[in-house]
Design a protein around this ligand. Sequence first.
Ligand code: PA5
Length: 428
Amino acid sequence: MQVDIGNALSDVARPGVSEGALERLDERVARVHERIERGMADDEFGYAALNLPETTDATEIREAVEPLTDADHVLTVGIGGSALGAVTVSRALGLDGHAVLDNVDPAETRRVLDALPLADTAVHVVSKSGTTAETLANFLVVREAMTEAGVDWTERTVVTTGADGPLRAAAETEGLPALDVPEGVPGRFAALSTVGLVPAAILGGDVEGVLVGGRAARESLALSLFDSPAYAYGAVCYALENRGATTNAVMPYLESLEPFAEWFAQLWAESLGKDGLGQTPVRALGATDQHSQLQLYRAGRHDKLVTLVQSSERPDVPIPETDVAGLAYLGDGETTLGDLVDAEFAATEASLAAAGQPNVRLTVDPTPEGVGELLVAMEAACILVGELHGVETFTQPAVEWGKRAARGLLGGGEFEEADAVAEKRRLV
Ligand code: PA5
């Protein structure tokens, strides 16, 4: 992965960061890098995520899913970190047939189940805690739908969960194959583990390549942001946030990376949104959002960083020749859709820079290795920003609050958060 921060520097952008400020920040980056290395060496909670490219056993995953590899479809039942990484990986690898049930909108659950050929579908139920209400409820609905369709769901289901909890117990009772969520890894940092790689493995994706790319990202972490693309990106995000860029709009120019923007949004929001800090992540897609959000990014407030993501190469589609007046510049027999999207990318980048709006360019390889490298680099960038801010990157107390409140309201246990909601309702 390459990172170009030129359009985030203060001689181009407002807010921007000067090279001198980055050099001063680099001393702190070096200390954070040493902290990260220690955390990795000790397999400390959270930091252990950066060890996943080494510790994830692709062979174990392949063996566990082998009985399911005849399926043309995979349904992930999970939410947040237990779904977004998996969807990001399979989509980025170009694998068709991966559906997800993360929300509990009844109409959507019904739509997804009606659309899937259930006899030809493998189900991956994922919950680290094993207690998440949305996931457990959808699991029960999926089981019933498969039974009604005459499918033995116990033959089509694999579970990934923590060491104990209701999901582990259900897997044991039903004799389901059960994989472990790795120790010490928060859900949103688990893409390069069983959590994120099982669907791709079932669909025949190159999960080994993803892990190789993750290792490359990890190895490229260095004591200086000037030697490490991941830290360069994280340091610029941190510096710009401090200078007023409190929004980070992530805009890949590849449909296959659209879920990546969603995964990034969770990573950034849930890890860094603490103590009144954290950039607000926004998802965008090039070139589509040039026709909507770009107006704001170019001419709106100077409170944003736009992260533009492009591919180092891609397959192409020639634009058919035409002699229709006005279309000749497209249909000249030489121009391709790839030329067009490249021109759109260049235009957006230049237009933001001309308006003094900070933007950073990430260039990724469209390979399994490139995908793994991108995900681990963004995780390292996020950990760097969290350390520089001094927040607890690996916890999510606000998310947990909502989970406990919902469970309590439904009678799933005694939780003070549920009492607080009930009290609020009484007052309204
Ligand atoms: O990143 C996180 O910790 C969260 O997004 C969780 O992944 C999400 O809440 C789902 O939790 P669980 O895997 O316990 O069902």
